[in-house]
Design a protein around this ligand. Structure first.
Ligand SMILES: NC(=O)c1ccc[n+]([C@@H]2O[C@H](COP(=O)([O-])OP(=O)(O)OC[C@H]3O[C@@H](n4cnc5c(N)ncnc54)[C@H](OP(=O)(O)O)[C@@H]3O)[C@@H](O)[C@H]2O)c1
Length: 274
């Protein structure tokens, strides 16, 4: 399987929010052609609407979609993954590759429901993939090789950054970067409220909060500097930032964020099992 999507047939089984984002991005970027791409959802009306929107074949028959596809992306909810894999299993061969974006579902759980030697990859993207600024972690199952990993990274590079991890880290990734946008939106919403409290119009407060978050994240990514050092550079002795930091420490922002990620990681271990 060459590290190139040209001419590859790709089937998205469960093109909901996340599957739909990846599918649309790959079409928009010309990595996939509408002709060689198809998708499934659970409901006929959704299939019709999605097909009209993306101009690709969308149906509700997983077996039909999976047959003859080079890459099968599984985008259904974690509790549905095993059913979908069992449904398509007898039509799958080791020449195909399965890429699951489902949280929590181990590659071994997928592999055990497939014929021997079918390569399985797990990918954990996040919703900012919608604008090409997503974060996706990728790991491989027992029968996948470096080429399968490279091809998967190539797919997800289109929608942001990609990192390869050991499968043992996938629940932690789910808790940090896949759920992470929700934490950041709460922080942004709170900062915007704070701006309103100190007299700013709401639209300006939201802009200041969002651009500041983006800017701080960009500095961390581009300098590679430790966030604590960057924070120190903003914190003038006896200035106003240190007063704000004291409030954050008293409100236990750090430990609250740590505990939130720990809880989400624990839940990520359970999701596949109902
Ligand atoms: N949302 C995120 O931020 C995020 C991030 C990383 C990973 N994920 C993973 O992505 C997966 C989907 O999450 P989501 O948020 O995109 O959920 P979603 O919007 O509910 O998408 C699930 C899709 O699966 C379809 N579906 C259900 N049963 C099916 C079946 N038997 N065969 C084919 N399609 C079926 C649904 O069809 P209908 O539309 O007709 O109901 C829907 O389009 C989950 O496993 C989740 O862990 C999500």
């Amino acid at each position: 399987m060459a590290n190139d999507l040209t001419g590859k047939k790709v089937a998205f089984l469960g093109a909901g929010k996340m599957g739909g984002i990846i599918l649309q991005a790959l079409l928009n970027n010309g990595l996939l052609s509408a002709k060689s791409t198809c998708a499934t959802v659970a409901h006929e009306e959704r299939a019709k609407a999605l097909s009209a929107k993306l101009n690709v074949k969308v149906g509700t028959n997983n077996v039909k979609a999976a047959q003859g596809a080079d890459i099968i992306v599984i985008g259904v909810k974690p509790q549905v993954v095993e059913d979908v894999i069992r449904e398509i299993s007898e039509h799958i061969t080791p020449k195909q590759m399965i890429v699951s974006v489902a949280a929590s579902v181990p590659t071994a759980m997928i592999e055990k429901n497939l014929p021997p030697n079918v390569p399985v990859i797990r990918a954990m993207p996040n919703t900012p993939c919608l604008l090409g600024v997503g974060m996706t972690a990728v790991c491989k199952g027992k029968h996948a090789n470096a080429e399968h990993v490279a091809l998967t990274c190539h797919m997800f590079d289109v929608v942001g950054r990609t990192v390869v991890v050991d499968e043992k880290h996938m629940d932690a990734v789910t808790a940090l970067s896949a759920s992470g946008p929700a934490y950041i939106y709460i922080i942004l919403e709170s900062l915007a409220e704070a701006g309103v409290k100190v007299g700013l119009p709401r639209d300006i407060a939201t802009l200041l909060a969002a651009q500041t978050t983006l800017g701080a994240a960009k500095v961390v990514l581009e300098t590679g500097d430790h966030p604590a050092l960057l924070k120190d550079a903003v914190t003038t002795p006896a200035g106003c930032t240190i007063d704000a930091i004291m409030e954050l420490e008293e409100g236990k922002l750090r430990v609250t964020l740590i505990k939130a990620v720990v809880k989400a990681a624990q839940r990520a271990k359970e999701l596949a099992y109902g």
